[in-house]
Design a protein around this ligand. Structure first.
Ligand code: NAX
Ligand code: ADP
Ligand code: MG
Length: 277
């Protein structure tokens, strides 16, 4: 097992090329936010936009539209009940599930349309619905971002047994069956990232992060990093490290680190990392 350090972010986040436009930095489609969980969609989208994704579209419950646009005019917003096919087809990265509640029909529709060349990040309610309904993984380069309870539901590895990496690796292989092995970001007070041949441990971060929306923000960051940086596994590691490193920095003067404050710190943090050797 390897420990994540700042070096991963310095390697991944580079100064932007002069010859670039918004299309250079990826199209992200976020499918999130039922009527009760509009904040999850907002936090996903803010983190994706503030980490530099070129174009971000949010498909959400229509009741969330005004709030989302008031907070984040950079994002485009559509009703998640409409036909999402054209948006799915043109996206490089699809993030689905944060605060999606029990919108199983929408989850199924999106899963049936994704392609092998797209990055598909699956978070929150999507993981819980997959577990409850026995829905298998979609096509794509899949990234799962469960917390321990979501992983227990999906993998049937009890939280008490998740400390043994082999248990999680075996469950991941079983889930993948005919698909490529997904990347697993198993979130806890000591988050681990499972890659095909490597296992990384996060040792920054702390209980100041234990607040609703913290994972929604991480999922948005993973989407933003995946849209811009390659290879994908390095981009995911850099997003996971940055999320908790920013929180640790804010926690020097804050008892609790708000997810939206982490997102707000992203542009300055990424600039610092891009300028570092
Ligand atoms: N403002 C919003 O709109 C928010 C929306 N949220 C969404 O609400 C949906 C439900 O998610 P929840 O995670 O709240 O509910 P879940 O029922 O999926 O999981 C929470 C339960 O898991 C337990 N648990 C055990 N180990 C844990 C760990 N390491 N980390 C977190 N929980 C652990 C908790 O104690 C709690 O009982 C998700 O789709 C999520 O994205 C949440 O992010 C909260 C904020
Ligand atoms: N005690 C802690 N120490 C370090 N990180 C924590 C701690 N508690 C929560 N976190 C981090 O906060 C995030 C919580 O994610 P999640 O439970 O999905 O939040 P939500 O769904 O409310 O947005 C994860 O990245 C997790 O690692
Ligand atoms: Mg969550």
């Amino acid at each position: 097992m390897q420990t994540l350090s700042e070096q991963i972010v310095r390697n991944v986040v580079q100064p932007r090329p002069q010859v670039a436009h918004k299309g250079t930095f990826g199209r992200v489609l976020i499918v999130a936010g039922s009527q009760s969980f509009g904040g999850a969609a907002i936090m996903n989208a803010q983190a994706a936009v503030y980490s530099g994704a070129g174009l971000v579209t949010v498909a959400t419950d229509p009741s969330n539209k005004t709030a989302l646009l008031a907070r984040l005019p950079e994002a485009m917003v559509v009703d998640f009940n409409q036909d999402l096919t054209p948006l799915i087809d043109s996206a490089n990265v699809i993030l689905i599930g944060s605060g999606l509640g029990d919108e199983f029909f929408i989850l199924q529709k999106v899963f049936s349309r994704t392609r092998a060349d797209q990055v598909v990040i699956i978070d929150g309610s999507a993981l819980t619905m997959m577990a409850h309904k026995g829905l298998s993984l979609p096509a794509g380069q899949v990234i799962l971002t469960p917390h321990q309870m979501e992983w227990q539901r999906l993998s049937q590895v009890a939280i008490a047994d998740q400390g043994q990496a082999e248990n999680n690796q075996q469950a991941l292989q079983k889930l993948a069956s005919y698909h490529d092995l997904p990347i697993l970001v198993l979130k806890s007070d000591r988050t681990q990232v499972y890659l095909k041949n490597d296992l990384y441990q996060l040792t920054v971060g702390g209980p100041y992060q234990a607040t609703g929306g913290m994972g929604d923000t991480l999922a948005g960051m993973v989407a933003g990093f995946a849209a811009q940086f390659q290879p994908l596994d390095q981009a995911v590691l850099a997003a996971v490290y940055s999320h908790s490193a920013i929180a640790a920095d804010l926690a020097k003067t804050a008892y609790v680190t708000l997810p939206t404050a982490i997102a707000q710190s992203l542009p300055a943090y990424m600039q610092k990392m891009a300028q570092a050797d």
